[in-house]
Design a protein around this ligand. Sequence first.
Ligand SMILES: [Zn+2]
Ligand SMILES: [Zn+2]
Length: 346
Amino acid sequence: MDMNAAVLHKVDDLRLTQVPVPVPGAGEVLLKIEANTICGTDLRYISGAKTTGVRPGVIMGHEFAGRIEAVGEGVEGVPLGAQATCSIVLSCLRCDRCMGGREHLCEKLRLFGSAVDGGLAEYMLVPREAMDHGNLVLVPQELPATMLALAEPVSCVLNGANQVNTQPGDTVVVLGTGPIGLLHIAVAKLAGATTIIAGGRAGRLEPALAMGATHAYDLTGDALTKQVLADTGGRGADVVIVAVGSLPLANQALEMAAIGGRVNYFGGFPKGSTVEMDPNLIHYNELVVTGGSNARRADVVQAVNLLSSGRLEVAPVVTHQFPLTELDAALEAVRERHGLKVAVLP
Ligand SMILES: [Zn+2]
Ligand SMILES: [Zn+2]
């Protein structure tokens, strides 16, 4: 039996292609995909801006939600029809990084949707290695597939947020109001932040407020820094998250942080870029500066639990849906930033 799949044949050549439906071997599971959301990283894979770890001929899609369609020999505790997703991080579990608690930065990291076949297809195989590693995550309580697909970006946001350790009562600034910035706002709210200040484009201020921001501004540069200082009585924010890879924000985030503040560079910056910054802001103010990329299996489990329980409300993030057969239109909507998250439903 054949299925439709979004195959990245080579750079700039992503096409719906008929491929055989995978048959799960021993220890493997087949997911019937119900939704796959698209993110900026997918566009970078397609255009060739990001080539590391990309296998030509791969089925793309790394934000997917599905249901157990079939299980191979020896698979136990995985009921047919159960709603499920899977951590996209396939790591070796034995290098220094894995052993040090950073499996998502593994030396031999392979990701679903770039190295391993992903979810932009009617069905997706969870290979034996991923099953053995416990990558498959069953959903405790059913939720809309488009929400479950967001478990992947939410897991990455949780990894970033865990590094700045937002506390109840904190003031959090989120710079950038794309889907990732919006998810950071929702997670900061859940962590108990009482003031959440978002900075982003004019059209994205309403969604930022809907996700839990208490203030939202389409200001940039000094005007935004001044506004944050004004909103915090001059002390600055406990936490500043840079959710967009804009270089001027690297130093600006430090200027907005309170004494002892925690800063997270969550968005990747352009490859090879450098930026001027004032190191004394870190020195005298005792700032903690962190990063974040990808997520552990545990972060995915946490994301699924938060979404499934309804505690983390992310519905406003998915604004567009397309069938898989309209893949090009879906990608165009992401490129043109028509909405926030675009979901593809096979
Ligand atoms: Zn993504
Ligand atoms: Zn490793």
